[in-house]
Design a protein around this ligand. Sequence first.
Ligand SMILES: Nc1ncnc2c1ncn2[C@@H]1O[C@H](COP(=O)(O)OP(=O)(O)OP(=O)(O)O)[C@@H](O)[C@H]1O
Length: 282
Amino acid sequence: MIAAVTLRNVYKTYQQPVVNDLSFSIPAGEMFGLLGPNGAGKTTTIRMLTTLTRPTQGHLEVAGYDVVQQRLQVKQQIGVVLQQISVDGDLSVWENMEFHGRLHHLPNPQRQERIHQWLEYVELADRQQSPAKTLSGGMKRRLQIARALLHQPQVLFLDEPTVGLDPQTRRRIWEILRDLNQQGMTMLLTTHYMEEAEYLCDRIGIMDGGKLIALGTLPEFRLKHGAGLVMKQAGERWDYQFFPDLAEANAYLDQQPDKTGMMVRPTNLEDIFVELTGRRLD
Ligand SMILES: Nc1ncnc2c1ncn2[C@@H]1O[C@H](COP(=O)(O)OP(=O)(O)OP(=O)(O)O)[C@@H](O)[C@H]1O
């Protein structure tokens, strides 16, 4: 399998290391999620991969190009959806697309065709003349996604794509991302929503304090840490006990003479994060 994204021993240091010896790769076609709490180093990792900031040390490759030595080629191969909504509010939806298309030197009539195609795809065709500032948060995010796809990138980077959106709008964005991935788009997204990583991502890298502390699929994590969980309320906090599966967790609960404040449920990513770090994601 060809790697679409590779990081080898990557560091970024400001006053202190914020990305600390990061190594992983993403095969072409994969939807990869970087999960971690605020300040874990996820945005900095995306900023390095998308040429927005240089690594202090280490090797980064995207679509076969060296991110430091071949910035221009990398920029042509990537689409980027940043956390801050970066559409120009005074320009219309169409003009935002047009501006991006011209930046990427897309010739006409191809540029017009693609703008039509992607605005249809994200269901913004009927708003193409509206100033972008009049769009809802979810629509602006969809415009960012359409714009990022205009020059047909091989890899799409999304930093917290659904942060601040209501659950219904979040679902809509998830469907778009999933569909794009099914069409073959490689994606790296960062999130601190465990449901987002669970729902969307083939593989998940868990980051904390600039380091990758776990890497795998959710079933792999469950196999390693236990797929069944018994939670027991202990005053203000909950004690967690992991079991290989739900049946064993239930069997354990059945044996307890006093089941007050105890419950059984399947293990999720947040539980695994807590198990690994002793803290919650938020
Ligand atoms: N330009 C900068 N100068 C100094 N420190 C920075 C800079 N950019 C980021 N940091 C620090 O690096 C650390 C990691 O930040 P980063 O934004 O990568 O984390 P994150 O996991 O993406 O969190 P969030 O979800 O809040 O964006 C933080 O402590 C942040 O304050």
